[in-house]
Design a protein around this ligand. Structure first.
Ligand SMILES: [Zn+2]
Length: 492
């Protein structure tokens, strides 16, 4: 009898192992659509020092996002005059208009109005260089310094890197007399770093008004990295979705008075307990149902057999896998909505009961969660707590829709990335920060976020940090990528 049970168990185990093995083998990204035709980007003659000089000039315009009405608009106006003067062939070929005076839209009309346009995004504004970080810069952050085969300064990557190199690519083609078949629209916002309300939001509304629905939009947001945490090797990450953002305001009222004979709960004790309950509220963490699983699939050939087996069999290894990934903050942010209590406030004196206390809990929504579902669940957590109410501090922003990884447009971007960064397998990713592109989801069939630049971890620290710089090698590959994109995407 025991033998029979053991025999049965062995059979089950063999079947299970077979099933796990089969799923592991089948764990891979779908093949790209066959209809992408990528030009030979190595064949272009790119004048990299000239492009670097242009990027260096662009860095010198101090286009720090304008936060107050009296802030100086001149750096933006100067940058725009510079764009016109520096790219004459492109400016002659395309129509230029502005939105709110500072966001620039170029329309390079195609000969076939039946084809949905290609929408290329970048932003002109940069984040400031805080005084207390200035000493850590090895160069003047607005000096446009060129040294060690790189252009240094605030915005050299984010996002004048995209803006200038898109213009370089367009000028390169316009100068050869090339004309688009499919219309190419360039939208260069001026307030991306402070939310895009006056720039991208308005520009997208204008395009929508005109009935434009682009084939796809391409913006910043992700890039290629030399050491992907899953594979240890290079990978090009194309952002297919962007997390949402919302801050819950937890408010508690209590009986004011002296603290010598207190009631059982005070405003401060209530708000504290409410924050703990909401913070501890379980939030789904998993690979499936988001870009994380697609990323693993795409990188499957480079991933260790153990990790591949785990990723392919989340039904079996899920708890183990999730536990391991949760230890890494980036991986955790990929698997689910993140929650961070950030502020707490209440009371003015140690021996006085305050009438109210408030706390703020910041959420970044994974595409599988909605703001409404989070609020509903947070309210349910504190439903039995009298005097506590919970609501959004300001209207939350949902995660964006997730763009396709099986579209022709994704395949085109992937093939172009392969052509300029051959060692890097291409995988989709979730953008953890925010970009202008989220505002364009209603005017484009798909929205992708990718700068065709290869960064080591140190280089990435420069973005919004210190010693931001873009190497000549990245300038070269980025222009080739953009020229290839306009040619393959809009000129054949
Ligand atoms: Zn940016």
């Amino acid at each position: 009898m025991v033998r029979l049970i053991l025999g049965g168990l062995a059979l089950v185990l063999v079947a299970l192992a077979g099933f796990v093995g089969y799923r592991t083998m089948a764990f891979t990204a779908p093949p790209p659509p066959a209809d992408v035709n990528v030009p030979d980007t190595a064949g272009y003659t790119i004048d990299v020092p000239n492009a670097a000089a242009h990027l260096s000039q662009a860095v010198r315009f101090r286009t720090v996002s304008l936060v107050a009405p009296e802030d100086d608009r001149k750096p933006f106006e100067d940058l725009q005059a510079w764009m016109i003067a520096t790219y004459p062939a492109f400016n002659a070929a395309a129509q230029r208009e502005t939105v709110n005076g500072l966001t620039v839209i170029y329309t390079w009309e195609g000969s076939d109005p039946g084809q949905p346009p290609l929408l290329l995004l970048a932003h002109q504004d940069v984040v400031p260089v805080p005084d207390d970080t200035r000493a850590a810069w090895t160069v003047d952050p607005f000096g446009g310094v060129i040294q060690n085969d790189a252009v240094w300064g605030r915005g050299s990557v984010d996002d004048k890197g995209s803006l200038v190199l898109l213009l370089e690519a367009a000028e390169y083609l316009a100068r050869q007399g090339k004309k688009p078949v499919r219309t190419i629209i360039f939208a260069f916002g001026h307030d991306e770093e402070i939310g895009g309300a006056d720039g991208a939001v308005q520009a997208a509304a204008l395009l929508q008004q005109r009935g434009i629905r682009a084939w796809f939009a391409l913006d910043e947001g992700m890039a290629a990295i030399t050491e992907h945490p899953l594979t240890g090797g290079p990978a090009s990450m194309i952002g297919i979705s962007e997390r949402g953002f919302g801050t819950l305001r937890v408010h508690a009222t209590g009986e004011p008075g002296h603290s010598s004979m207190p009631p059982p709960e005070t405003a401060v004790s209530l708000v504290s307990e409410a924050v703990v309950r909401i913070h501890d509220m379980p939030i789904e963490q998993r690979l499936e149902g988001g870009p994380a699983i697609d990323m693993m699939r795409a990188l499957a050939p480079e991933i260790s057999l153990n990790n591949r087996m785990a990723g392919a069999n989340e039904w079996l290894f899920g708890p183990l896998l999730r536990q391991r990934m949760a230890q890494d903050r980036t991986a955790r942010a990929l698997m689910g909505t993140t929650v961070a209590p950030t502020m707490i406030n209440g009371g003015g004196r140690a021996n006085v009961l305050s009438a109210e206390a408030t706390a703020m809990i910041n959420y970044r929504f994974h595409p599988r969660d909605t703001a409404a579902s989070i609020l509903e669940r947070a309210r349910a957590e504190v439903a039995d707590m009298e005097g506590v109410d919970v609501d959004w501090a300001e209207p939350p922003r949902e995660a964006t829709a997730t763009s396709s990884t099986t579209s022709t447009s994704y395949a085109l971007l992937a093939a172009l990335s392969r052509s300029v960064i051959p060692d890097a397998p291409v995988a989709p990713g979730l953008v953890l920060a925010g970009t202008d592109s989220r505002n364009y989801s209603d005017v484009a069939e798909n929205v992708y976020r990718f700068q065709p630049m290869l960064f080591a971890e140190d280089d990435l620290a420069g973005i919004h940090g210190t010693n931001e710089h873009l190497s000549f090698a990245n300038i070269d590959r980025t222009i080739r990528f953009y020229v290839g994109l306009m040619e393959a995407g809009a000129m054949q």
